[in-house]
Design a binder for this molecule. Structure first.
Ligand SMILES: [Ca+2]
Ligand SMILES: [Ca+2]
Length: 215
């Protein structure tokens, strides 16, 4: 009876350790999340805690981006704030704004999701290029009337900053971005180590059970 109780205690402890290991292994999780709702709306936005909103300093006359939304150029009501990727100062055929993450992310595998919509003002199609470091994640060409659509990409990169680069034409009416989430995906080696760990745990439990049965 006592040995049975002890065995149950060991099994329970082992299960708790297994849960802790599992939680740690899968805690890679979200490394950037921005719905743009917390910052003050403005044209030619400077960015928030997650993103810098920039003109490309190498190109004269280029825009940054605009932070618009509820009550202020609200082209897509019900989404709080969102970003017009072509700000309000670009001229001519210069490309439009750039959103650049303030964090440089390490090498690894990531899943990126975001909502992107057309310019909603009848301007020409706009192209948004998404990169992380030297990795091109996506190139999306949207017409003015394209609604908010969730895009999700999983990719492996050597690391760097996450960037949304609006390619123009620079008419101050860019594609509209919202709800950016970047999640790091555990590497296969991590999963392999965890599986080996579980295997070892099983062996320990089998030995423990045998010892109690023999006792
Ligand atoms: Ca929003
Ligand atoms: Ca604009």
């Amino acid at each position: 009876m006592v040995t049975t109780m002890k065995f149950k205690t060991i099994v329970a402890s082992a299960a708790l350790i297994a849960c802790a290991v599992w939680a740690q292994g899968s805690a890679a999780g979200v490394v950037l999340s921005d719905n743009f709702n917390a910052d003050a709306q403005t044209l030619n936005w400077a960015g928030d805690s997650s993103f810098a909103s920039l003109p490309d300093p190498s190109i004269a006359g280029q825009s940054s981006t605009d932070l618009i939304g509820t009550g202020f150029y609200d082209f897509y009501p019900g989404n709080g704030n969102y970003v017009d990727l072509d700000g309000s100062s670009g001229t001519g055929n210069n490309p439009a704004g750039v959103l650049k993450s303030k964090t440089s992310f390490g090498a690894g595998t990531y899943t990126l999701s975001f909502d992107l919509a057309g310019n909603a003002r009848g301007a020409a199609n706009q192209t948004t290029i998404v990169t992380l470091g030297g990795t091109t994640v996506a190139s999306l060409n949207l017409s003015s009337s394209d609604p908010f659509t969730l895009h999700t990409f999983t990719f492996t990169t050597t690391g760097g900053n996450l960037m949304f680069l609006e390619q123009g034409p620079s008419d101050q009416q860019g594609n509209i971005l919202d709800n950016v989430t970047l999640t790091s995906v555990p590497e296969p080696t991590t999963w392999a180590l965890m599986l080996i760990g579980f295997g070892g745990l099983g062996a320990v439990m089998r030995v423990a059970r045998r010892k109690f049965i023999q006792a």
